[in-house]
Design a protein around this ligand. Structure first.
Ligand SMILES: [Zn+2]
Length: 459
């Protein structure tokens, strides 16, 4: 019954827009990618990564079978084998020794992020990143997060067995599997698959890469970071094998939070067996991940992570294949596939501000007013070079206290819309662009400008 209501509603709404019957239903191309994710392939990656013994950044660079160098060359070769259209490269850095008690970088070290780029056809400048870290760490002494006094816990000898199958072989398997499957397709936007190094020593590889991306004015729409996506049973026996946590930093309409809302809706549409739980905080308590340097640079960045961690295996020599769940990793990989493919085929997001001159100064004015009546919600937006397959725009809204978009109106190819008698102070509004296959852009939120602290002079 729900379905027939929906079908009727769509027919009424789509008068004159033949494609709109597909809005909110899965795009066949995206579904095909999601169903191509292979648990067997993921299993092979995990076992190969485990067999390198350790991937600590201070382990051997030269040994052909053991250590971080052998692992790096194998990941590079994997990326290179998928498609001639994937542009594979090392992103190398010479990191200086870090002087500190228990320093995990006690000497100068060379780091190599490994990057595979699948250039977009229509908007090659727009990038979507799917990331994980391939380095591993075993701690000396008690495991877990930081020491109680806030100091870094010391690393064991770098040649100690450090298989890192869940942390973060699981994320690397996700990134490699997505590169394998997605490189068989052409997308409108550019997909960038990255495995970082030096995460365990303080997010070194991702910090250096994200700063460079900012300096070079990269347009990064999304960073999907996967770190510890293999545990389904926590150390105290709690089980979650069809649920994943998705961390995004405040404020409530930050680029990361906007992306998180998108990821939940699209992920659950294509992988209905999975529950995507948004966590409205940057990361787990006292813990870090490679999405954070991107968020600090102003990009929308998320962390997928298992809700059930087993601290008895993390950062120890028992983070092995037998303690991870390839089917669960495959489901989280499917979520990434749906989100990245939808976004990479979707139009770019509309812009909801306009540059105006005020008192000789250029400022961005929000395109939201109370309309001529002064009691309506009047929204307008800009969309440069709209895609040839654009179906139109959808206005979304939610109460200021609500976590998710609650209402949605498809308005066709207009670039303004009035919601009569709607009190704008009580709602958050957004607008997104939708293509003829039903692929949705991120919703651009109408965010009021930040308040500025005033100084009042007195005499
Ligand atoms: Zn990790």
């Amino acid at each position: 019954m729900g379905q027939s209501f929906l079908a009727t509603a769509l027919v009424v709404c789509c008068t004159g827009i033949p494609c709109f019957g597909q809005y909110k239903s899965p795009d066949q191309k995206v579904s095909t990618i999601v169903s191509a994710i292979s648990t067997d392939y993921i299993t092979n990656i995990l076992k190969t990564l485990e067999a390198f013994g350790t991937r600590n950044i201070l382990s051997s660079q030269e040994d052909p079978h053991r250590g971080v160098g052998a692992a790096r060359r194998w990941i590079y070769a994997q990326f290179s084998s998928f498609s001639p259209r994937l542009e594979v490269s090392y992103d190398p850095y010479r990191v200086k020794k870090i002087e500190a008690r228990n320093s995990r970088v006690p000497r100068d070290v060379d780091l190599y992020n490994i990057i595979a780029v699948l250039p977009g056809k229509l908007h090659p400048e727009q990038r979507i990143l799917i990331t994980a870290h391939y380095d591993t760490l075993v701690l000396a002494g008690p495991t877990g997060a930081s020491l109680a006094n806030g100091e870094t816990a010391p690393s064991a000898d770098p040649d100690t067995d450090s298989p890192g199958v869940t942390d973060d072989g699981s994320g690397v398997a996700c990134v490699l599997e997505l590169a394998r499957v997605m490189s068989q397709y052409e997308f409108d936007k550019t997909l960038v698959f990255i495995t970082f190094a030096g995460e365990e020593e303080g997010l070194l590889g991702s910090t250096l890469y994200s700063a460079k991306a900012q300096r070079e004015n990269h347009k990064i729409e999304a960073v999907l970071n996967n770190d510890i996506i293999g545990f389904t049973v926590s150390g105290n026996g709690r089980i979650s094998d069809h649920r994943v946590n998705l961390f995004s930093d405040d404020p409530s309409d930050s680029p990361s939070r906007t992306l998180a809302r998108y990821a939940r809706e699209i992920g659950e549409r294509y992988v209905p067996s999975m529950q995507v739980d948004l966590e409205f905080r940057a990361d787990r308590f006292g813990r870090g991940g490679d999405h954070t340097p991107f968020a600090l640079e102003g990009f929308g960045a998320l962390r997928f992570s298992s809700p059930e961690e087993d601290y008895s295996h993390e950062h120890t020599s028992t983070d092995t294949f037998e303690h991870t769940s390839p089917p669960y990793i495959a489901r989280v990989t499917q979520l990434n596939a749906a989100i990245a493919a939808s976004l990479a085929w979707a139009p770019t997001a509309p812009v909801v501000t306009e540059e105006v001159e005020r008192n000789g100064q250029k400022t961005n004015q929000l395109l939201l007013t109370r309309g001529e009546s002064r009691y309506d919600a009047h929204l307008s937006w800009k969309h440069e070079n709209p895609e040839p397959d654009l179906a139109g725009y959808a206005v979304v809204m939610r109460r200021t206290t609500s976590p998710y978009w609650e209402r949605e109106v498809f308005v066709g190819q207009k670039t303004e819309y009035t919601l009569p008698d709607v009190q704008i102070d009580e709602w958050v509004f957004g607008v997104k662009a939708v293509d003829k296959d039903g692929n949705e852009s991120l919703a651009t939120p109408y965010v009021p400008p930040a308040r500025v602290k005033r100084v009042v002079e007195v005499y």
